[in-house]
Design a protein around this ligand. Structure first.
Ligand code: PHE
Length: 328
């Protein structure tokens, strides 16, 4: 594997003693942006691999979203079974803040899988280079609902390409993952009249499925349930070469980062006539909203409009590159 990242720093947090990794893939377009993931890994090197992949993905995401920013990512690689109590969590976030501050403004973070706006406020005690603190702490708050809004925008574009209608009402949509983004997403899809099938690794999320009248399926089966749209909303790598022949959907649009297990899968999807909105664009709503509010100083409505414009961007992209049967 060749290293094509500008910088990677790995520390054992001075307070917390846990491995914290910051990978900066590129600052060519400007300051690198990318969230802070907190996750359990069998080995810290798995966290490093994740950080490298996710940082590279952020370069592509920020560019696809038209932001003048490069990409980076922070990963807190907790050992398997490691339990974080409130005090240890605070120590981790202070350590993350110190590490981010050491980049002298070339990288800023935000929330990601496993972290919240409250965590961003703690990081903010050590560095100004942090997005999405709660509004009371001077930030633009939780950006997950805007990521969900961006996914819906991308979904309308995909539906329009499928059959000319951007309507979500009556569409059969399977959502894999009911986390910070998946939850507001299924609520919005329900309100729009979509017919939902959902799943999550956490069986407690069945309660949400029941409340929305959604069908719950086992996580292994979910991707192959007949559907108009499949939504990867959990961790990356859902779309493998082996899965493609078994898919029973017409389009794929979701907020998960790095959805393709390998780049070749894009061609296989296209060969099957399945329209895939690239994860970089479909997942960009959160960072687009946070940057608009916190760096460009625009109001809520204008920031929301930038998120909604993901629909047009996806439509143009589908027409130029991912039109059925033809991939660049
Ligand atoms: N984690 C999100 C992403 O991957 C959101 C984010 C918001 C990242 C703000 C950086 C800054 O896009």
């Amino acid at each position: 594997m060749t290293l094509n990242h500008e910088q990677v720093r790995i520390v054992l947090g001075a307070r917390s003693g846990v491995p914290i990794i910051v990978a900066i893939h590129s600052t060519e377009r400007g300051k690198a942006l990318g969230g802070c993931r907190l996750w359990h890994y069998p080995d810290w090197r798995d966290g490093l691999a994740d950080a490298l992949r996710l940082a590279e993905g952020m370069t592509a995401k920020n560019a696809a979203a038209g932001l003048q920013h490069g990409g980076g990512k922070t990963v807190v690689a907790l050992p398997a079974g490691f339990v974080l109590d409130a005090q240890a969590r605070r120590e981790v976030m202070l350590d993350v803040g110190d590490l981010i501050e050491s980049f002298d403004g070339s990288y800023a973070t935000g929330p990601d899988v496993g972290t919240t706006p409250e965590d961003m406020a703690v990081i903010g005690e050590r560095t100004g280079e942090v997005f999405c603190r709660p509004e009371a702490a001077g930030g633009s708050g939780d950006c997950s609902p805007y990521t969900a809004i961006g996914v819906l925008a991308a979904m309308r574009a995909v539906c329009g390409e499928l059959d000319g209608s951007t309507e979500l009402r009556g569409r059969r949509v399977t959502v894999v993952g009911l986390g910070h983004v998946g939850t507001p997403l299924v609520r919005a899809l329900h309100a729009d009249g979509a017919v939902l099938t959902v799943t999550d690794i956490d069986p407690a999320r069945r309660a949400l499925a029941a409340a929305l009248g959604a069908t719950w399926v086992d996580i292994d089966r979910a991707p192959t349930v007949p559907a108009d749209i499949l939504v990867p909303a959990a961790l990356g790598g859902l779309l493998t070469r082996e899965l493609v022949p078994h898919l029973r959907c017409r389009g794929i649009v979701g907020p998960a980062n790095n959805q393709l297990a390998e780049p070749e899968v894009a061609r296989l999807l296209s060969a099957r006539g399945i329209i895939w909105a690239t994860d970089h664009l479909a997942s960009a709503g959160g960072v687009v909203y946070a940057v608009a509010r916190e760096l460009h100083g625009v109001d809520h409505q204008q920031a929301l409009e930038r998120v909604l414009s993901i629909e047009d961007t996806v439509r143009s992209q589908l027409r130029s590159v991912h039109t059925r049967g033809q991939v660049a």
